[in-house]
Design a protein around this ligand. Structure first.
Ligand code: UDX
Length: 437
């Protein structure tokens, strides 16, 4: 099978590298972070991702997966070089490509036979062309490489399953030779009849942005519907359910909540707007999606202020800090906005998350972190459910009411039945559902 170098052992690189090894390829994962590589060599993962550790161990044992800091050596050994380095947002919403170009520069130095260069991390439309220009300008001859855009569509928390059973694999390249090499890398997926979408590089780059912008649009749309439902006494969950039964709409990504977060949607929607702007056109819908999402996060605070108008000296319990369950990631999580707003108003915070407390501590060391949901609710003036971890779905409401200072609950993930909670004597609010007291 193919020899692959996966450059960047972040979330995308580690899952993709391990998955490609499991498909039978020989994968060397490279990172400049020595500590990370040392840990991986000792079976310690730098991220929390269900099922990943077992898959890493299995493929390391089979001799198909290895980890190194030696970029030059890895490039020399492999015919296919995947770039999975970070592509963070710059201040102006553009994608910062400096890590990608660092990899390209290293490649230009050491390349001595044909390589397929694959961009896996999300890059601005036109990056493939820029990589070609850069390599040519550094004297690399054009028959020494081909460029492929192979965007990832992995969801944190279910990334292993998403990699092993994808809805589609997008391969953007104009080279028949590179396309065949890439198809071979993904050959295991043929048995599952996974659609392979072959297209040009720019179209592949655009597919990634359009997909994520569309999903973010669905979320902001249903959040807007939820807010209107609140104003007209309708129930967003039933609206979403009925809408989702229409096959053209589909039921997925129609859960109203405190706004989307994570490493992809906020970054990719901003980049989408920027790409349109730079191309002299507009992305009006996605601009609004971003604004609706910003306001949705603040809406959680508005709901809290309805019950607790003055937060000064009050303690608010937060159940869930990650941007969604099954991850320790807090990037752009609604919890970040909620914490900031409460602290600014003089409130205190007690927080609990099964996985994300260490990450949140890096942003907010000053809040109190406790070891369980039972501890969060003790003595607090209100509790806000921010992440729909399973362990929050079935809490003992009698107990919670008995230990809270005031039984106020804001359920931003709609995981409780309003009437049940209200009957237990709580002041309760949620997102877009009828509240009858
Ligand atoms: C997403 C995309 O799904 C994936 O294809 C892409 O490559 C990376 O970005 P991820 O960020 O891991 O994956 O999370 P996802 O499960 O898509 O959720 C993103 C955010 O949307 C979360 O904050 C989640 O709570 C929110 N969300 C999702 C909703 O508020 N409502 C929904 O119906 C679905």
């Amino acid at each position: 099978m193919e020899k692959i170098a996966m450059i960047g052992v972040g979330y995308v690189g580690l899952v993709s590298g391990t998955g490609l090894a499991d498909f039978g390829n020989e994968v060397i994962c490279v990172d400049i972070d020595e500590e990370k590589i040392k840990k991986l060599k000792n079976d310690i993962l730098p991220i929390y991702e269900p099922g990943l550790l077992d898959l890493v161990k299995k493929n390391v044992d089979k001799g198909r997966l290895s980890f190194t800091t030696d970029l030059e050596g890895a490039i020399k050994k492999a015919r296919v070089i995947f770039s999975a380095v970070p592509t963070p947002s710059a201040e102006n919403g553009e994608v910062n490509l400096s890590y990608v170009f660092d990899v390209v520069d290293k490649l230009a130095e050491v390349i001595d036979d044909y390589k397929v260069i694959v961009t896996k991390s999300t890059v601005a439309v036109g990056t493939g062309d820029k990589i070609i220009e850069r390599l040519l300008s550094k004297g690399v001859s054009e028959d020494m490489f081909d460029i492929v855009s192979n965007p990832e569509f992995l969801r944190e928390g279910s990334a292993v399953g998403d990699f092993m059973r994808p809805d589609r694999v997008v391969l953007g390249t104009t080279s028949e030779k590179a396309l065949n090499i890439m198809k071979n890398i993904y050959r295991s997926l043929y048995l599952l009849e996974t659609p392979i979408v072959g297209t040009d590089v720019r179209t592949a780059e655009m597919i990634k942005y359009a997909s994520n912008a569309f999903l973010a649009t669905k979320i902001s749309f249903i959040n807007e519907v939820a807010n209107i439902c609140e104003a007209v006494d309708a129930n967003v969950q039933e609206v979403a359910k009925a809408m989702g039964l229409d096959g053209r709409i589909s039921k997925k990504f129609l859960h109203a909540g405190p706004g989307y977060g994570g490493s992809c949607f906020p970054k990719d929607t901003s980049a989408f707007v920027k790409i349109a702007e730079q191309a002299g056109t507009q992305a009006k819908i996605v601009e609004t999606v971003i604004e609706v999402n910003r306001l949705q996060k603040l809406r959680v605070i508005e709901k809290l202020l309805k019950f607790v108008p003055n937060l000064k000296g009050k303690t608010i319990g937060l159940l869930g800090l990650a941007f969604k369950p099954n991850t320790d990631d807090v990037r752009d999580a609604p919890a970040l906005t909620v914490i900031k707003e409460i602290l600014e108003r003089g409130g205190h915070i007690k927080g609990y998350d099964p996985e994300a407390m260490d990450e949140m501590r890096k942003h907010y060391p000053e809040i109190t972190y406790v070891a369980s949901s039972e501890d969060v609710v003790k003595g607090v003036d209100a509790v806000i459910i921010l992440t729909e971890w399973n362990e929050f779905r079935n809490m003992n409401l009698e107990y919670i009411k008995s230990v809270m200072k005031k039984p106020i609950m804001i359920d931003t993930r709609n995981i409780y039945d309003p009437q049940t909670v209200i009957q237990k004597g709580f002041l309760y609010d949620c997102i877009g559902r009828l509240i009858r007291s």
